[in-house]
Structure formats: structure tokens, C-alpha cells
Design a protein around this ligand. Structure first.
Ligand code: URA
Ligand code: CA
Length: 442
């Protein structure tokens, strides 16, 4: 096989065999194929696309470039969830506990945040004593015992993706559906679960702004995952504004606790119920989505989900009292009301900029080495469609008292809100559900 011939074949729109795709990925990882040839190959894929079989082969080649998490020691069906990323996305902290409380098995490896999106690991580490690094034995034992464990990624999952992503980033080949789908799923498939529910975001704050692009990505990921022998569902949901009210770390843990009591923001609760219902369905612990939703509402009502969070916190070395009494979570130095300059209705919120303002307050990292402040963040008081008077708070900033950071964050935050005279409806939240059977518009 010659690299040149494979590039030419793809450039001309022909289909590649599994052997040819493996040859490219393995050769690149071994540094036998130079960057310029891989770059040309990626550009050919960008223009010619890939069939579902090719995309599955590409994804599996990237999975095989590194470690695979072995979850065989966990009895039953292991179910995972992945979100394509958003602002203030507190779902995992709610979803893990309710799904486990309802009979699912959640063994989830999760990441730290970089830039304007927070990572679940960072949020969990705001719970005093909580350990996010577990041995594989602890991880599997905990899931067997309580149905739930969340840990930081220790193994090297899909290293080929890391190198290829870096190359895509500088060769204008990031926004190719099969390449994005393969990149995301290689890491998820290597993480070892039997089924994955995907939350593909669309809207101004999402990676895929346009619905059609989000749908194409969802369909590609479902096809790849099913092709790799996993049960897959993707929901396409809105990221026109941040999810819930809290964007930060300790304040998102508090928001998760409220939601587990049925006292949290409704958008977050509904999203967790829908994602969770699909997780229970593919795990076959329920017969249908209706039954799954009822079970999840029940574990919120009877606080079994909250108990499950406490159990996980205790099992991973954290202080369960902080779940009963969130004032034991890191508290900020100073709270500051951010007042609206205009009057009317909130028309639009630029979720990305709200994320950046929370990052500026210290809740997120600019560089990998940065240390985050668990106690700071943004608590939204107004969302799209809400009426607001001049001088009324749009948000409460949780801050460390640093004036420069506060002023900087305030400027970014205020610019992210559009306030106008016309009444506006709340944005549509659920768009579609994608399975191997097809697309169901919601
Ligand atoms: N996220 C990923 O992990 N990979 C992509 O290619 C795009 C977004
Ligand atoms: Ca939130």
C-alpha cells in the first residue's frame, strides 16, 4: 500500500477499505507518514466525505491507537453519556445519580474544562475531599456496588485523535462531519461502555450552530457507534442560552443538588430526564421511555437520586455533609449584582460570552496549567423571554473580590445580553431524537 494512492483515491471520491484506513492511522501514529500527507488526506476527506462504514473504520483505527478501558468486571449493561459541549452544562452531576438510582450502571470517565466550558471533574473537585482519581479496581468495584462512579481520565484514550486534531486545527479541516464524529466517538468508544446517549447541542452557544449540521453529526455518530456494536441514541437539544442558572464549579454542584430535590431550573431537570430516560431504555431496565421518565421523576421526588449522589461522594472520599448542607461547599468572598442597563425582554443571550465571563472571574482555565477557583462563577437571574427593568439584576457574580476581574467579566457579560421591547418566546429546547431507526423530530 502507498500513502499517495490512498490520498488519490479519497480525493477522487472513492471508498477506502478498512485496511487502507488502518494503514493511514497506524502509519501516522508511528510517524512513518508525515504531516503533509496526513493533511492532504484530511482535506480529501473534508471535500469527499466518508461512508458510514469508512467513518466507523476510521473511528476504530483511532480507538486502537491507544488504551481501552475494560469494564467487563462490572456486571450488566454499562451506559455513558456525552455532550458536544455547552455553557453551564450541569447534567452529568444530576444524570449519573438519577440513572443509577433508577437501576442503570454508570461508569464514567470525564474531563477537566478548558476555555469557557467547565469540566465535570473540576466541578466534582469543589466537593471537600472528593477524589476523582481512582484505580481501575476501585472504579469497577464502586459501580458494581452503588451503580455509579465518575473519575478523571488516566489512560491514554485514542492518542491518534489528539495528534490528528492538532493537525486539523491548523489545516482548516476541523469542521468535517466524519472527522468530528470520529474524533468524539473514538474517545467514547475507548472508554468502554456498552451504550452511549449523545446530547448534540445546537444554537448560538453550541459547536454546531445550525440544526442541519447538528443533525448530520448526530446521525454520523449514531451510525459509527452502532457499527462498532454499541447501542446509541442522540438527542439534539438547544444551546441558545446557558443551561440552568449556574455557571461555575461549586455553584453548579449546588444547582445539581437543588435539581436532585426537584427544586432546580426546569430546563436542566427536563434535559436530565430525557437523557436519563434514553440511558435506561438502552440499558433495558425499562420497557419504554414513558416508564423510564416516570421512574426518574420518582427518584427525584423520593430523593433517591440525591441519596445516590451522597453515596458516590462518600465512596470517593468526599464529605457527604456538603450535599445536605451546600454552605459547606467553597463559598466566594463577594457577591455582586450585575444590573441591567436596558428595559424590556431578554431577546438573546450569547452563551459563549457568558461562559467567558465566568472564566474571567476564575471559574475556568485559559491554559491547561491554570488553577481554577471553585467558589466563583455566574448565577443567572434572567433568561430568554424574561421581563427585565433597568437596574434589576441580570445575574449575581460570585467573585474573589478582584476589581479588575469583576469589571472585565461585567463588560463581557453585559455585552452578551440583548434586551428589547418585543415579547419573545422561550427558545425551542428539544429538536430531535436520532437512533439507528432514523430521525424523530420532537
Ligand atoms: N470535539 C472533539 O472532540 N473533536 C472534534 O473534532 C470536535 C469537537
Ligand atoms: Ca448550569
Amino acid at each position: 500500500m502507498r500513502v499517495y494512492d490512498i490520498i488519490l483515491k479519497k480525493r477522487n471520491g472513492e471508498r477506502l477499505s478498512k485496511e487502507e484506513i488502518n494503514f493511514m492511522i497506524e502509519g501516522y501514529c508511528k510517524e512513518e507518514i508525515p504531516d503533509y500527507q496526513m493533511a492532504a488526506f484530511l482535506m480529501a476527506v473534508y471535500f469527499q466525505g466518508m461512508s458510514p462504514e469508512e467513518a466507523t473504520d476510521l473511528t476504530m483505527a483511532m480507538v486502537n491507537s491507544g488504551d481501552r478501558v475494560d469494564l467487563k468486571a462490572i456486571a450488566g449493561f454499562k451506559v455513558d453519556k456525552h455532550s458536544t459541549g455547552g455553557v453551564g452544562d450541569t447534567t452529568t452531576l444530576v444524570l449519573g445519580p438519577i440513572v443509577a438510582a433508577a437501576g442503570g450502571k454508570v461508569a464514567k470517565m470525564t474531563g477537566r474544562g478548558l476555555g469557557h466550558t467547565g469540566g465535570t471533574i473540576d466541578k466534582l473537585e469543589s466537593i471537600p475531599g472528593f477524589r476523582t482519581s481512582l484505580t481501575m479496581e476501585e472504579f469497577t468495584e464502586n459501580v458494581n456496588r452503588i451503580g455509579l462512579a465518575l473519575m478523571g481520565q488516566t489512560k491514554e484514550l485514542a492518542p491518534a485523535d489528539k495528534r490528528i486534531y492538532a493537525l486539523r486545527d491548523v489545516t482548516a479541516t476541523v469542521d468535517s462531519t466524519p472527522l468530528i464524529a470520529g474524533s468524539i466517538l473514538s474517545k467514547k468508544l475507548a472508554a468502554g461502555s456498552d451504550g452511549i446517549v449523545l446530547d448534540v447541542k445546537t444554537g448560538s452557544g453550541a459547536f454546531m450552530v445550525k440544526y442541519e449540521d447538528a443533525l448530520a453529526l448526530a446521525e454520523a455518530m449514531v451510525a459509527i457507534g452502532e457499527g462498532a456494536g454499541k447501542r446509541m441514541v442522540a438527542l439534539i437539544t438547544s444551546m441558545e442560552e446557558p443551561l440552568g442558572q449556574a455557571i461555575g464549579n461549586a455553584i453548579e454542584v449546588k444547582e445539581a443538588i437543588d435539581t436532585l430535590k426537584g427544586e432546580g431550573p426546569k430546563d436542566l431537570e427536563e434535559l436530565c430526564i430525557e437523557l436519563g430516560a434514553n440511558m435506561l431504555l438502552i440499558s433495558e431496565v425499562v420497557r419504554n421511555l414513558k416508564e423510564a421518565r416516570e421512574r426518574l421523576r420518582e427518584v427525584i421526588e423520593n430523593r433517591k437520586g440525591l441519596e445516590k449522589l451522597k453515596e458516590m461522594v462518600k465512596t470517593q472520599g468526599g464529605d457527604p455533609k456538603a450535599i445536605d448542607d451546600p454552605s459547606l461547599l467553597p463559598q466566594c468572598k463577594e457577591r455582586i449584582e450585575v444590573e441591567s442597563l436596558g428595559e424590556g425582554y431578554v431577546q438573546k443571550i450569547d452563551a459563549f460570552s457568558v461562559g467567558v465571563s465566568s472564566q474571567v472571574l476564575g471559574a475556568g482555565r485559559q491554559k491547561k496549567e491554570d488553577v481554577i477557583d471553585s467558589s466563583v462563577g455566574v448565577l443567572l437571574k434572567k433568561k430568554i423571554g424574561d421581563k427585565v427593568k433597568a437596574g434589576e439584576p441580570l445575574a449575581i457574580f460570585h467573585t474573589d473580590g478582584d476589581r479588575k476581574k469583576i469589571e472585565n467579566a461585567k463588560e463581557k457579560f453585559l455585552a452578551s445580553y440583548s434586551i428589547g421591547k418585543e415579547k419573545v418566546k422561550k427558545p425551542k429546547f428539544f429538536y430531535a431524537r436520532v437512533t439507528k431507526k432514523g430521525v424523530e423530530e420532537l
